[in-house]
Structure formats: structure tokens, C-alpha cells
Design a protein around this ligand. Structure first.
Ligand SMILES: Cc1cc2nc3c(=O)[nH]c(=O)nc-3n(C[C@H](O)[C@H](O)[C@H](O)COP(=O)(O)O)c2cc1C
Length: 372
């Protein structure tokens, strides 16, 4: 049977050449004002020629307080858009993968140092800021955030929409809206971080309201023929927290709002979460979304065994397979997975002779001549 992992997948007007997605991975390598650098051209460039079907660029903030660190990307002004242009241009001229971007707001988890600098809270003298959140509840060990008022919510909807518009103008094929990992939109969803007593808090419908409004604003600002999906933390891994049942309800509401896929990640809301990490550990969440909400799900989390990735698709537990660390460890994973599954993955012509079916030819004769 032909490998599903290497079969195309259509999302609105975008057809991915296969089901392998490079998961967004923050690089903490932007300039202090949120602009992409040479690192992003190299990092994304390397991944769009990897044989994957889609590369989603890292969490990109919609306003200055939406960054996690001072090395995070932003898309709230034209200078940031201009700095992303070479990244998109490389993908267009040399890549075989579609290119997406993740739009994000760090909320109460922002204003910290880069991971390799210890990720400590940034003092104002080091460029730190007061974070924002649905309510004044702090992420454990961090300063209390400012609770958003109505004017703050209005600005944020507009900022997400403006970033989506810029992403569309830049030519990104897809947007993933970040509603996971304890960041702002996730902190609206979870009862453990949203203690508002207005229509944006309280019961499930209240807590979903703002993330759904942001989704609608992003969807309306991005070209109608290009997909918008949402990344969720399907569970907080904490008693009394957000869970799979709420995730299915949220996915159903997203589907009605025109969402094209849901990525089922998990955790990140509080440090005391207890996660049993093993290959495919988040697949059951993707399966719940796909089966119960009827929305294509993207599975993620330790899926870098080609047989496991293929099984998840064969069992219809997900429609897309995202890899993060597996792709920076081995950026040629899709080629190797294709070989293991008896399929073919896209590659740039410059690297054609490294493909296994081309390797036995005469090194010093041009390819066409050697094939004669
Ligand atoms: C260096 C690094 C940066 C990450 N940055 C993001 C990010 O910007 N947005 C996001 O949603 N997830 C982010 N993640 C999570 C990954 O997208 C992915 O969900 C996670 O690593 C699990 O998949 P894996 O086992 O294939 O790595 C990051 C992970 C790593 C390792």
C-alpha cells in the first residue's frame, strides 16, 4: 500500500506535497526589535528543502509584549515584515514545502531571557515588560500580569488581524494561531488561569470567547483561499484544568468558524504538570479532535519513527504529522522516512545525486550522461 505519509493533502487552495510538517520552533535569534536575521534564512531555508510538505515558522508575536524573549520574532510593523521577505523569497525560489507562520502572544509567560541564558524574568532595565493575561493570576514564580480590560482586548484582536494581513501580503501559505503552551490564548481557555468574572471568563463558552474572536479576526484578515489552523494544548495535565473534552468542544466551535486544522499539543500552563512523555504521547488528543470534532488534526510530539508516523495516518488518528526536534536533529528525515516506507520525498535538483537511487552512478560524469 502506498505510504499515506507521502500522499498530498489539500487545505483550502493549498495542496501540500505530503503530510510531513515541520513544527514551529522558536529560534530566539531575532534582533531586539523582533526582526528576522540570517539565522532564519538558514534555518527555514534548510527546512523547506528537507522534503517535508509544510514548514511552519516559529511563534511570531503580534505586539511587543507578545514576545517570550527579546530574541523572538514579531510581525507588528513593516520593518519586521521586510526582514521576513528574504526568508519567504528563499522558500519560494528553492523550497518544495509550503510555508506557514505561527501567530502568537506570550501573555503571562513573556518577558524572560533566552533558554540558553537561563530564561529568568527580565528586569525593566534589561528590556523587560509587565506581561498581560485574562486575569491577574501569575505563572508560578513570575511577576503578576496586568489583567486585560475591554480596550486591551479590542487592541489585541486588531493586532492579531494586522499581523495576519501582513503574513498574507508576505505570501505565507498558512497561519497557525497559537492557543497552546500556557501563552495568552491558552490562558483564556483554562479555568486554572482565567478567573475573570465577565463574559470572557467563567464557563467553557466564556473562556473560549476571546480565542474564538481572535480566530475570526485572523481568518477574516488572511486570504480566503489560504488555510488558518489552531494549535491547542489539548490538556493541562492538571486536575481541574483544560482537558480533552474541552478541546473537542473548542475544535467544534473552531470548525464552525472556518478553521482548517487543529494541532494537538499539550501542557505548558503550569510547571507542576505531570506528563508521561513517550513516542506518540499526544496522538490520542489528535485522534479525539479528528474523530469527535471532524476537523483534520495535526499530531505532534515524538513522532520521528517513520512506521509510527505512518500508522497514525493509516488509523486516521491524524491527517498531518508534525516533527520539531526530529527535524533539527536530522533535517533530512523526510528523505530517510521515504526510503524506509518505499516512497519518494521532494528534493532540490542540486541534491539529487545524494538520493539513494542516484548514488551508485559515476561521481564525475554529469547525471544525464551517467543515466544513458
Ligand atoms: C527549540 C524549540 C522551540 C519551540 N518553539 C515552539 C514555538 O515557537 N511554537 C510552538 O507552538 N511550539 C514550539 N515548540 C514545540 C514544538 O513545535 C513541538 O510541538 C515539540 O517540540 C514536540 O514535538 P517533537 O517531539 O517532534 O519535538 C518548540 C520546541 C522546540 C524544541
Amino acid at each position: 500500500m502506498a505510504a499515506l505519509l507521502f500522499s498530498p493533502f489539500a487545505l483550502r487552495g493549498v495542496t501540500l506535497p505530503n503530510r510531513i510538517v515541520v513544527s514551529p520552533m522558536a529560534q530566539y535569534s531575532a534582533t531586539p526589535d523582533g526582526c528576522a536575521t540570517d539565522w532564519h534564512v538558514m534555518h527555514v531555508g534548510n527546512l523547506v528543502i528537507s522534503g517535508s510538505g509544510l514548514v511552519i515558522m516559529e511563534a511570531t508575536a503580534v505586539e511587543p509584549r507578545g514576545r517570550v524573549t527579546l530574541g523572538c520574532l514579531g510581525l507588528w510593523n513593516d520593518a519586521q515584515a521586510a526582514a521576513l521577505r528574504p526568508v519567504v523569497a528563499f522558500a519560494r525560489s528553492h523550497g518544495q514545502a509550503a510555508l506557514g507562520i505561527q501567530l502568537a502572544h506570550a501573555g503571562r509567560k513573556g518577558s524572560v531571557g533566552r533558554p540558553w541564558d537561563g530564561q529568568r524574568t527580565l528586569a525593566p532595565s534589561d528590556g523587560g515588560w509587565t506581561t498581560i493575561a485574562p486575569s491577574g493570576d501569575a505563572y508560578p514564580g513570575r511577576p503578576a500580569p496586568a489583567a486585560l480590560d475591554d480596550a486591551g482586548l479590542d487592541s489585541l484582536r486588531a493586532e492579531f488581524a494586522a499581523a495576519a494581513r501582513r503574513a498574507g501580503e508576505l505570501g505565507f501559505d498558512l497561519i497557525e494561531l497559537h492557543c497552546a503552551h500556557g501563552y495568552l490564548l491558552h490562558s483564556f481557555l483554562s479555568p486554572l488561569s482565567n478567573t475573570r468574572n465577565d463574559c470572557y471568563g467563567g464557563d467553557l463558552a466564556g473562556r473560549m470567547r476571546f480565542p474564538l474572536e481572535v480566530f475570526a479576526a485572523v481568518r477574516a484578515a488572511f486570504p480566503a483561499d489560504r488555510p488558518v489552523g489552531v494549535r491547542i494544548s489539548a490538556t493541562d495535565w492538571l486536575p481541574g484544568g483544560w482537558d480533552t473534552t474541552s478541546s473537542v468542544a473548542f475544535s467544534r466551535a473552531l470548525k464552525l468558524a472556518g478553521c482548517d486544522f487543529v494541532t494537538a499539543s499539550s501542557g505548558g500552563l503550569r510547571p507542576e504538570q505531570k506528563i508521561e512523555v513517550k513516542p506518540g504521547y499526544q496522538v490520542p488528543f489528535a485522534a479525539a479532535v479528528q474523530e469527535e470534532a471532524g476537523l483534520p488534526a495535526m499530531a505532534v510530539g515524538l513522532l520521528d519513527d517513520p512506521d509510527l508516523a505512518e500508522q497514525v495516518l493509516q488509523k486516521e488518528e491524524a491527517s498531518l504529522i508534525a516533527l520539531g526536534r526530529g527535524m533539527t536533529w536530522n533535517p533530512r528525515w523526510p528523505w530517510h522516512a521515504a526510503e524506509a516506507l518505499g516512497a519518494a520525498a521532494p528534493h532540490p535538483p542540486q541534491y539529487a545525486r545524494s538520493q539513494s537511487n542516484m548514488r551508485r552512478g559515476d561521481m564525475f560524469r554529469p547525471q544525464a550522461e551517467a543515466a544513458r
